[in-house]
Design a protein around this ligand. Structure first.
Ligand SMILES: [Zn+2]
Length: 338
């Protein structure tokens, strides 16, 4: 038992005013066949040796018990639901309206009622997918006042802009869902965190890292690592384009959070010069993976774009792949670098 505070107040037990302790006790109970454990709060009277609950404390304890059940069963807690709603600045009643639920549904979920799994999934989806929430807002706009609708539309649009990364990741993964033959991705599931790390690692060590060179400097370490260990580093798939290997989803990849570049003008042309993100550090790349990248930097980091394109054109993997086709990692054994 832990004493949280001690204050002079009307005691619910002896009904006189005196110093009352507010105490915390760990309790166990059963809710929907699940054993739950939670910290309950009581007011303790020293004179009667009784523990009491005010209306407010009853509500709070009930909520704590149900939040423990939610955590155990993988449902959002009441606080998490509040957080999602407040992120968009939507009232309890209006969020219920937007989702087409009973008017008091959200208020109940935030107070005492445990949501069912289907509603939990919907709340999770609006948390990560403001674009979908915008659709729901449009669909259910007649249920809201014009003023409220406009305010929410603005708030959710703002979150949508912030969530750009989520959509980029989704769109890249949609491309990779087509690559069911694992030899195309080097027997590694696409790991975009690692892709971002490799780009930063390269940008940190290779000067004048422009677009075409970056693509080659992604391809070589993946194929070298596959040659050595039968696994690519990033899980990227590459196409054989006229200027050499290009990762699938490249346009989206360079826009991912954590990828940094300067946009430069050369004559009439725009060039992208990649630079490391401030505070960048290696979290996921393994020793064998950085060793493969280091080897490629040593062998090719100093080459000009033309030179590295020429080197790529001489690789068997490139020569054996039809134009615009996907380059199979089965050719990694023939790579010019060991
Ligand atoms: Zn008392």
């Amino acid at each position: 038992m832990k004493i949280l505070k001690n204050e002079n107040k009307l005691c619910l037990s002896c009904l006189t005013e005196h110093q009352v302790d507010t105490v915390e006790i760990v309790e166990t109970g059963i809710f929907r066949d699940q054993e739950i454990e939670f910290s309950a709060i009581y007011e303790y009277c020293h004179f009667t040796d009784e523990y009491n609950e005010s209306e407010e404390i009853i509500r709070r304890n009930n909520c704590a018990a149900k939040d423990n059940y939610r955590k155990r069963t993988g449902l959002l807690t009441s606080k998490e639901i509040v957080k999602i709603r407040e992120k968009y600045g939507i009232s309890q009643k209006d969020l219920s309206e937007i989702l087409g639920w009973g008017m008091a549904t959200i208020a109940r979920y935030e107070a005492y009622q445990v949501q069912d799994r289907a509603h939990d999934d919907i709340l999770r989806k609006i948390d990560v997918d403001p674009k979908w929430l915008l659709e729901l807002l449009t669909r259910n706009c007649v249920r809201l006042s014009a003023k409220a609708h406009n305010k929410y539309f603005y708030n959710v649009s703002e979150q949508y802009a912030k969530n750009k990364n989520f959509y980029l990741v989704e769109s890249i993964q949609a491309i990779y869902a087509n690559f069911t033959d694992k030899i195309i991705t080097g027997f590694t599931d696409l790991d975009l965190d690692k892709v971002v790390e490799v780009i930063n690692y390269l940008a940190d060590r290779v000067s004048n890292l422009h677009k075409v060179k970056l693509m080659k400097l992604l391809w070589y370490p993946d194929f070298l690592h596959f040659k050595r260990y039968k696994k690519s580093i990033t899980g990227l798939a590459y196409s054989a384009l006229p200027l050499g290997a290009v990762p699938e989803g490249y346009e989206q990849i360079v826009l991912l959070e954590g990828v940094n570049f300067d946009t430069l003008m050369y004559d009439e042309n725009i060039a992208y010069k990649f630079k490391p993100t401030p505070g960048f550090n290696i979290k996921k790349l393994t020793v064998s993976e950085t060793a493969a990248i280091d080897k490629i930097i040593n062998e090719t980091g100093h080459l000009s774009t033309e030179q590295i394109v020429k080197k790529m054109h001489d690789e068997e993997a490139y020569k054996c792949t039809p134009c615009n086709g996907l380059i199979s990692y089965k050719y990694a054994d023939l790579l010019s670098i060991d």
